[in-house]
Write a protein that binds this ligand. Structure first.
Ligand SMILES: Nc1ncnc2c1ncn2[C@@H]1O[C@H](COP(=O)(O)OP(=O)(O)OP(=O)(O)O)[C@@H](O)[C@H]1O
Length: 312
């Protein structure tokens, strides 16, 4: 496997803020999430990787090409979906994507063919001939994705592709992103400020905060199982808590009906089940807790860094 993105000490200083602070990271082929609160430096990193904005310090390569000197070659091989709405309202999706394909160097016939295939792939059908001003946010996001894919890139950089979507639209977009990789073998770097959003979509997560790398590792290792059992009961969780405590089980309440029980061994499951049954209560859920991506921000905040709020 060859490295898709590699940065070493990448720094971007604006007059008032350091947007990227000595970022050293490597990204392998697959679907990779770039996660960070608003202002963490995600869009800045993408623009630098595309060779559109110079780094203040540090180096980087995309698909083995130098970001400082080989920007045009990078942009030939990389698709980019910008964060903000950038679609001309009185042009149809077909016209727009054909135009973007021609801009990437495709001849007219190939551009039309690729546009039709790509728009079909992202799920735009008859609507593709209508002016985009009348599109929903979800349709606009699909057009933005299509124009990033139309020239058959090896890598796409997707900046907040789920922005403005409702939960159903978000799930559809995430499934589509997954298919970009599984159907075409295109590597994906996708950003989000919603910390838990990419846990099911990405193979690997890079988490940044204040321009600094907090962690880069496989999604599985981010969300590995904890030694805690989440126990949801129909009611009277306090009674269950008291009974379990009497039995020497380490347990605490986490809301009116939820208890968190420390797993001491396999028999913890039986103890919990029997205790709830003996009290004549119902068990709604009994499952081992997994770590959440958001926890890394709480840990960083405890150690003196981390965002202070909107990292939901
Ligand atoms: N051209 C610029 N001039 C000055 N400051 C900038 C510029 N672009 C970005 N910044 C600042 O750099 C920091 C990182 O911004 P960036 O847009 O990369 O964050 P982000 O993680 O993409 O967040 P968002 O999703 O809100 O765009 C922010 O503090 C931002 O205000």
């Amino acid at each position: 496997m060859s490295t898709v993105i590699k940065t070493d000490g990448l720094t971007k200083r604006f007059p008032r803020v350091t947007a990227l602070d000595r970022l050293t990271v490597e990204v392998q082929p697959g679907v990779v999430g770039l996660v960070g609160a608003n202002g963490a430096g995600k869009s800045t990193l993408i623009k630098i990787l595309l060779g559109l904005s110079p780094a203040t310090e540090g180096t980087g390569q995309v698909l083995g090409l130098d970001i400082a000197t080989e920007g045009p070659a990078i942009r030939e091989r990389v698709g980019y979906m910008p964060e903000h709405d950038c679609l001309p309202p009185d042009v149809s999706a077909t016209e727009f994507v054909v135009h973007m394909a021609r801009m990437s160097g495709l001849p007219a016939a190939a551009a039309r063919e690729r546009t039709a295939d790509t728009l079909r792939h992202v799920g735009l059908y008859e609507e593709r001939y209508r002016p985009m001003g009348g599109y929903s946010t979800g349709m606009k996001q699909r057009v933005k994705l299509a124009q990033a894919l139309v020239h058959d890139p090896q890598l796409v950089l997707l900046d907040e592709p789920t922005n403005g979507l409702d939960p159903v639209g978000r799930d559809e977009m995430l499934a589509l992103i997954r298919r970009v990789h599984s159907d075409f073998g295109i590597s994906v770097l996708v950003t989000t400020h919603l910390l838990g959003e990419l846990e099911r979509t990405c193979d690997h997560l890079v988490v940044i905060d204040g321009g600094k790398l907090l962690r880069s590792s496989s999604t599985a290792s981010f969300t590995e199982a904890t030694q805690l059992l989440a126990v949801e009961v129909t009611d009277a969780a306090d009674t269950v808590l008291a009974s379990l405590t009497d039995l020497g089980v380490s347990v605490r309440a986490d809301g009116p009906r939820l208890l968190l029980v420390e797993i001491a061994g396999d028999d913890t499951y039986d103890t919990v089940r029997d205790t709830v049954a003996d009290l004549g209560l119902g068990l709604v859920r009994l499952e081992q807790r997994r770590h959440r991506v958001a926890e890394i921000f709480a840990d960083a905040a405890q150690n003196g860094g981390g965002p202070d709020g909107d990292a939901a």
